[in-house]
Design a protein around this ligand. Structure first.
Ligand SMILES: CC(C)(COP(=O)(O)OP(=O)(O)OC[C@H]1O[C@@H](n2cnc3c(N)ncnc32)[C@H](O)[C@@H]1OP(=O)(O)O)[C@@H](O)C(=O)NCCC(=O)NCCS
Length: 236
């Protein structure tokens, strides 16, 4: 992203009401835009079809990564209070849900989607932040993790405190890895004995973050020996 675009992006992050860089959104719409990002409830069940259609479109465009879920699955996530939805007043804009793996020791924020005409406005960032807070509240001891090839998602995760890790540090829940079967790159994962693929694995480990924060506090912000060691061995 160029310097000018970056400055514009920072500005947009401060005020998501105006979509200056998005040609699909005209001036009148811009002035009317009011994006809310909330935990989805029963009243949002009417958006299930729109959510899945938007996921479908993105899957076709990218040809990998994200895949359509069943309407029943999206519905159950909303009913369980494990989904985040972004709306521009009554219009569907974006979505993400929380899923636990490995006896709730691991939690993933999955199915992240932002409608094409609303991209580049910081909406995914707001959705991921809400999903992060919801996950921490529902599963305070779990490690949060994700697999992605997307630069945007890597940037958002990094800002939230995730760090890149090898696949060995992710959940060993077979059901999670079953999900990779629908990806066009699955043969790579198989060839590497489930150790590598095109996706980068990222983890937010609350225990390590707490230890790092405590160590940083002790040293008044400077990294201590233990923090340097944690950095070296997988963490920061
Ligand atoms: C990935 C996706 C959710 C991003 O949504 P978005 O609302 O456009 O993202 P944001 O505007 O919040 O941008 C997030 C970060 O990515 C950066 N970014 C935005 N567009 C970018 C681009 N085209 N290339 C590189 N970085 C980009 C932003 O600058 C921001 O980082 P910063 O805060 O450091 O500046 C959206 O493109 C999408 O729905 N894609 C299809 C589905 C998908 O790939 N889902 C993810 C599966 S892992």
């Amino acid at each position: 992203m160029g310097k000018k675009a970056k400055i514009m992006h920072k500005y947009l992050h401060q005020d998501h009401k105006y979509a200056y860089i998005c040609p699909a959104i005209n001036k009148t719409n811009r002035q009317r835009m009011k994006i809310d990002v909330v935990v989805a409830t029963e009243k949002h069940l009417k958006y299930v079809q729109a959510i899945n259609d938007t996921i479908d479109e993105a899957a076709k465009a990218r040809g990998t990564g994200i895949a359509r879920r069943t309407d029943e699955y999206i519905t159950s996530k909303i009913q369980q209070g494990k989904a985040i939805i972004a709306l521009n007043r009554e219009e569907f804009v974006g979505f993400c849900y929380v899923e636990s793996w490995g006896h709730e020791n691991f939690v993933a924020n999955s199915g992240l989607i932002v409608k094409q005409s609303y991209r580049g406005l910081g909406i995914a960032k707001r959705i991921k932040k809400e999903a992060f807070e919801l996950s921490r509240k529902k599963f305070p001891h779990a490690k949060l993790f994700g697999l992605t090839t997307g630069e945007q998602v890597m940037r958002i995760n990094t800002e939230l405190g995730y760090v890149p890790v090898t696949f060995a540090k992710l959940t060993d829940d077979e059901q999670f890895w079953e999900g990779c079967k629908s990806c066009v790159n699955y043969d790579i994962l198989q060839r590497t004995n489930m150790t590598k693929c095109l996706c980068t694995g990222m983890v937010y480990d609350p225990e390590l973050v707490a230890r790092r924060d405590a160590a940083l506090k002790k040293t008044g912000g400077k990294r201590s020996g233990i923090a340097r060691l944690l950095k070296k061995f997988a963490c920061f």
